[in-house]
Design a binder for this molecule. Structure first.
Ligand code: M6P
Ligand code: ZN
Length: 190
């Protein structure tokens, strides 16, 4: 491994941004085509194409074993019909790599899923440290009324596998029904 000089990078905890980020990724509804369950509501909202979330990558870390990468994610508050705004969600290309999330602002649900379809959800708010063990797919959902912000730390060589979630989604959807947050079965999941 390359010998690297230690460093620090500031996160603006008032809004979750990283002003000196190496990369900022913005995901609008159009970047998430087919991921929301309610197709008609997605079509209606498509004209506005709202910003769903941003990812601030702190540092352009070489994707090699032993290094850690970190980022913040800011998910806007909102819903597509009754399904809350959320991240795309991914498995790691190297399945045996875990990840740690730390809540900074707002409220969310951290949805994790094993390849078998077993689903596990952890509620998150400022101060929650939530751990994704190796092999679990993961997606975050903003269940609150303000932006949901968290920091993620993960092995720099973990990589992203978006394919299976793009095809089938998660086994559970996170929806608001009667003013409450509920996990319901995803009808597209076979
Ligand atoms: C967290 C980390 C990132 C990830 C981001 C958004 O910040 O897990 O690695 O990119 O969330 O999630 P996704 O890539 O699924 O859109
Ligand atoms: Zn990950």
């Amino acid at each position: 491994m390359q010998f690297m000089t230690p460093f620090s990078i500031q996160v603006d905890v008032s809004n979750g941004s990283i002003p000196a980020a190496a990369l900022v990724q913005s995901r609008r509804l159009s970047d998430m085509r087919g991921l929301y369950a309610y197709k008609e509501a997605e079509e209606t909202l498509a004209a506005q194409n709202p910003l769903i979330y941003e990812v601030y990558l702190a540092y352009d870390m070489p994707p090699v074993e032993g290094q850690l990468a970190y980022s913040t994610t800011v998910i806007q508050a909102g819903k597509v019909s009754e399904e809350y705004f959320m991240t795309k969600g991914h498995y790691h290309s190297l399945g045996n790599r875990g990840e740690l999330y730390y809540g900074l602002k707002g409220e969310g649900l951290f949805l994790m899923q094993a390849e078998t379809g077993e689903v596990h959800a952890e509620a998150m708010c400022a101060g929650t440290g939530a751990y994704v063990p190796p092999y679990w797919g993961h997606r975050t959902v903003n269940t609150g009324s303000e932006p949901f912000v968290f920091l993620a730390v993960y092995p720099a060589d973990a990589g992203y596998n978006y394919q299976s979630i793009a095809q089938k989604g998660f086994a559970a959807l996170v929806v608001e029904r009667g003013g409450k947050t509920e996990l319901v079965k995803n009808p597209r999941w076979l």
